[in-house]
Design a protein around this ligand. Structure first.
Ligand SMILES: [Zn+2]
Length: 568
C-alpha cells in the first residue's frame, strides 16, 4: 500500500473521550459523572493508551497478570472502550485505562501551557514516558515511585458489596499522585528526608493540583457555582477525594479538605506532612475563594432579574482558579532546589507575581501577603521580601547567553561568583538544572522569559543528640543538601536569587526530624540477605554504609493513613 504525501503529512485528529470528572461516588450521589473532553492531537498514539509523555501499563503485581490494553479506534479519534455507563464502569478496565491516561495527559497540558509553567516537565526517572498502572494491586492506596517512573493505583473493597473502590477512577487521587511525579521531576531533592515542611510541600502541591484541575471541568464549575452564590462554601468546593475518603474514613467523607484552615502555630511541633500541607493548601484555596468573592461583589443582576446569572459566576470561578494556579505554580521556578521552607515559598510566590505583573492592578500581592501573615508563615509582611537582593553589578561582567549555553558554562559562571552568591569556597557544587521558560500572561502583558540555573551541594551532618533518641542512626552521618536558584531574564538582568546554605539551625532541624521519624517507627533498616527488605513495613528505608546513613522514602506507604496506624 502506498501512502500519498497528503496522507503522510496529515495532522492527526484531536481526541474525543468520555472520562469521569470526579469519581463513581460523586457520580452516584451528585450526578457529576461522565463528561466529554477533547484532547490535543497526539503525533504518536498507541494501544494502552501510549503517547509521547505517558504510557498505561495495566500490570497487576499481586496477580502477576497484564490486563488487555485498550485499542485505538480506526479513525484515530479515541479508544475502543465500548459503551460506558454508571452500571458497567467499574468492570470496564479498558475504560479505566483511558480515564487515567486522559486525566494525566490533560493535567500535564494544563501545567505546561505558557499561561502556567511555559515549559515541558521532565520526569525524575529520566525516562521519556511516565508509566501508569491503573490496577497495580490490592490496597487502600495509590503511590508514585521514582525508581520505576510509575504511578501505581490500587483498589480495595468499598462499603457497598460488589462496589470496589478503584483509585484510578478518582480524578483527585490521579491528579494528586501526578503532582508527586511532576514535583519530583521539577525538584528532585524535595524527595530527600530533610524537613517536615518539604515533605508537606509535596502533599500540598498534589492537593492544589487536584483542585486546580477539577475546576477545568465545565460540569464541576456549574455544580459548584451554578446558582451564582456570592461566596464559595465548604459544601460546594474543596472536598478532595470524596469516594476514597468515605470508604476509608467514614468520619470526614473526604480525604483532606482544602477549606480547613490551618496555621503554622497549629502545626508547630507536629511532624506529620499531610497535616502540615494543609497550611499551604488552604492558602491556595482561600486566595481562589477571595478572588471569586471580589469579582462577584462587582457584579449586578441584569435588569428585571433578582439574582445573578450562573454564567457570570462560572466565569468568575474560572478566572479565580486560573489566577490561583498561575500565582502559586509559577512560583516553583523561584524556589530553592533543596529543603524548601514555607517562607521560601511565600517569597517565591510574591516575587514571581511581581515579575509577571509589575503593577498589581487587582491587589493580588496585598491579598497574598495578608494570607501568609494570617497563616503564620510570616509575622510581618516585610519578611516576604528577600533578605538581601542580588544586583547585576554584584556579579563579574557576564554575557547571559554564554553563561547559560551548557551546564558547564553555568558551572563556570557560578563558580567565578561564589563570593557574590555566598557559596562557601570549599564546597563542590554541581549544576542541577539549566532551563528556559516561555511564559505568557493575561491581558497582553508580556512577562520576561526566564533563564534559570539551579545548583546543589551537600555536607555531612553527624546524627547525635544529648536529649533525642536517634536509635540505630546514632553517630551516623546524613547528608544535608544545600543549593540555590538564580533567575535571569533573557537580557541578563537578575530577577531572583535564593540560597539554602548550611547552618546550625538547619542541622538541628534535620536531627529533630530524623528523631521524630525514628520515634514513630517510620524508618526501617534494609538488611543484607534473606528477609531483609524493610519495604512494606516502614515509610523510610535506611541503609548504612559504614558511618554514612542513606534514607530513602518508600513511596508505597507515602499515604499511610489513620486506619493503618501509621499516620498520627
Ligand atoms: Zn500524597
Amino acid at each position: 500500500m502506498t501512502i500519498s504525501f497528503h496522507e503522510w503529512v496529515k495532522e492527526p485528529p484531536p481526541l474525543k473521550l468520555r472520562i469521569l470528572c470526579q469519581d463513581p461516588l460523586v457520580m452516584a450521589t451528585q450526578g457529576l459523572g461522565l463528561v466529554s473532553v477533547k484532547l490535543d492531537p497526539e503525533q504518536y498514539l498507541g494501544q494502552g493508551p501510549t503517547t509521547a509523555r505517558v504510557a498505561v501499563v495495566d500490570y497487576n503485581v499481586d496477580l502477576d497478570k497484564i490486563f488487555a490494553p485498550v485499542q485505538v479506534l480506526k479513525n484515530g479519534q479515541g479508544f475502543a472502550t465500548g459503551h460506558v455507563n454508571q452500571a458497567n464502569l467499574r468492570k470496564n478496565f479498558q475504560f479505566h485505562q483511558v480515564n487515567v491516561w486522559a486525566i494525566v495527559n490533560r493535567t500535564i497540558g494544563l501545567l505546561e501551557q505558557p499561561r502556567l509553567l511555559g515549559r515541558p516537565i521532565p520526569w525524575a526517572s529520566g525516562l521519556g514516558r511516565l508509566l501508569l498502572l491503573p490496577h497495580a494491586g490490592y490496597g487502600e492506596n495509590a503511590f508514585y515511585d521514582r525508581a520505576t517512573g510509575a504511578i501505581h493505583f490500587l483498589y480495595f473493597e468499598g462499603r457497598e458489596p460488589d462496589q470496589p473502590v478503584f483509585t484510578c477512577l478518582s480524578h483527585d487521587i490521579v491528579t494528586h499522585e501526578l503532582g508527586h511525579a511532576v514535583l519530583d521531576g521539577l525538584k528532585p531533592y524535595y524527595n530527600e528526608v530533610s524537613s517536615v515542611e518539604t515533605a508537606g510541600f509535596h502533599e500540598y502541591f498534589g492537593d492544589a493540583l487536584a483542585l486546580a484541575s477539577s475546576l477545568t471541568f465545565r460540569d464541576v464549575l456549574a455544580k459548584v457555582v451554578g446558582s451564582a452564590p456570592r461566596r464559595l462554601t465548604k459544601e460546594l468546593i474543596g472536598k478532595i477525594g470524596q469516594e476514597f475518603g468515605s470508604a476509608h474514613d467514614g468520619d470526614t467523607g473526604y480525604l483532606r479538605a482544602a477549606f480547613e484552615r490551618r496555621t503554622m502555630r497549629e502545626v508547630a511541633g507536629n511532624y506529620e506532612e499531610h497535616d502540615y500541607s494543609q497550611v499551604l493548601t488552604n492558602a491556595f484555596y482561600e486566595f481562589l475563594a477571595r478572588l471569586y468573592e471580589d469579582r462577584m461583589k462587582k457584579e449586578r443582576p441584569k435588569s428585571g432579574k433578582t439574582g445573578l446569572d450562573g454564567g457570570v459566576a462560572v466565569a468568575a470561578l474560572v478566572n479565580a482558579a486560573d489566577q490561583a494556579s498561575r500565582t502559586f505554580f509559577r512560583a516553583l521556578d523561584y524556589c530553592p532546589p533543596v529543603d524548601i521552607t514555607y517562607l521560601d515559598y511565600a517569597r517565591a510566590v510574591i516575587q514571581a507575581d511581581r515579575i509577571a505583573y509589575p503593577s498589581d492592578e487587582i491587589g493580588a500581592r496585598k491579598l497574598l501577603s495578608e494570607l501568609f501573615v494570617e497563616r503564620g508563615v510570616v509575622t510581618d509582611v516585610k519578611e516576604l521580601e528577600p533578605p538581601q537582593r542580588l544586583r547585576n553589578a554584584d556579579l563579574h561582567p557576564y554575557d547571559v547567553e554564554r553563561l547559560s549555553a551548557t551546564p558547564s558554562d553555568a558551572h563556570r559562571f557560578v563558580d567565578a561568583n561564589r563570593r557574590a552568591l555566598s557559596i562557601p569556597r570549599d564546597v563542590n557544587f554541581s549544576i542541577l538544572r539549566l532551563y528556559r521558560t516561555r511564559k505568557e500572561s493575561v491581558q497582553r502583558y508580556y512577562p520576561p522569559q526566564e533563564i534559570i540555573i539551579e545548583f546543589v551541594w551537600s555536607e555531612d551532618v553527624l546524627l547525635e543528640s544529648a536529649d533525642l533518641d536517634l536509635g540505630r542512626l546514632t553517630k551516623t552521618y546524613l547528608r544535608l543538601y544545600c543549593g540555590g536558584t538564580l533567575v535571569f531574564d533573557r537580557n541578563g538582568n537578575v530577577l531572583h536569587y535564593v540560597l539554602r546554605e548550611a547552618s546550625d539551625a538547619r542541622r538541628t532541624k534535620l536531627i529533630e526530624y530524623v528523631a521524630y521519624l525514628v520515634r514513630r517507627g517510620r524508618i526501617g533498616f534494609a538488611e543484607q540477605g534473606l528477609g531483609g527488605n524493610a519495604k512494606g513495613i516502614h515509610q523510610i528505608v535506611a541503609r548504612t554504609n559504614g558511618v554514612r546513613a542513606m534514607l530513602e522514602r518508600d513511596a508505597q506507604l507515602r499515604h499511610a493513613t489513620r486506619r493503618g496506624g501509621l499516620r498520627d
